[in-house]
Ligand binder design. Structure first.
Ligand code: ZN
Length: 144
């Protein structure tokens, strides 16, 4: 079951401008700046309550985010919901007929296991399910 909003992923073309807005103008705390090689991007976590806005900046032209920016320009890319067990959720949703992007979870930002649902299965939203791989009940100490 989905527990809470973990983060909202926002594709950015100009990181400096995005940080000037979200961090400096809105006053959100930048808690992490993390390369995610599996997705060819750098992720910037800006904490808001228990969730994060996650700015996604591509590091290669064939990155999914680079292609998104090319087609649609900067903006909301996905919404991520925290679950306890990604593989269990995948099996449950797949059995129910929903379309997943990928056969197994991949490593995402923050050491999490992530999988995406196809927007055609979710009413047009690219939805990510993510879980902490450490399987600990998630105190904020696990968020760096
Ligand atoms: Zn994400």
């Amino acid at each position: 079951m989905a527990r809470r909003i973990d983060h909202i992923g926002i594709a950015v073309g100009d990181v400096a401008a995005a940080l000037a807005f979200y961090r400096d103008a809105l006053g959100l705390e930048l808690t992490a700046e993390e390369p995610v090689p599996s997705q060819k991007l750098v992720s910037y976590h800006l904490r808001i309550g228990e969730a994060n806005l996650e700015l996604l900046s591509p590091t290669a032209p064939d990155s999914v985010i680079a292609r998104f920016l090319e087609k649609r320009g900067p903006g909301i890319h996905h919404i991520a919901l925290a679950v306890d067990d990604v593989e269990a959720e995948m099996a449950r949703l797949r059995d129910a007929g929903y379309r997943l992007l990928g056969e197994k979870p991949t490593p995402g930002a923050g050491g999490k296991q992530v999988i995406f649902l196809h927007p055609k299965s979710t009413g047009g939203v690219l939805l990510e399910l993510c879980a902490d791989t450490r399987h600990a009940p998630r105190p904020s100490a696990t968020e760096h």
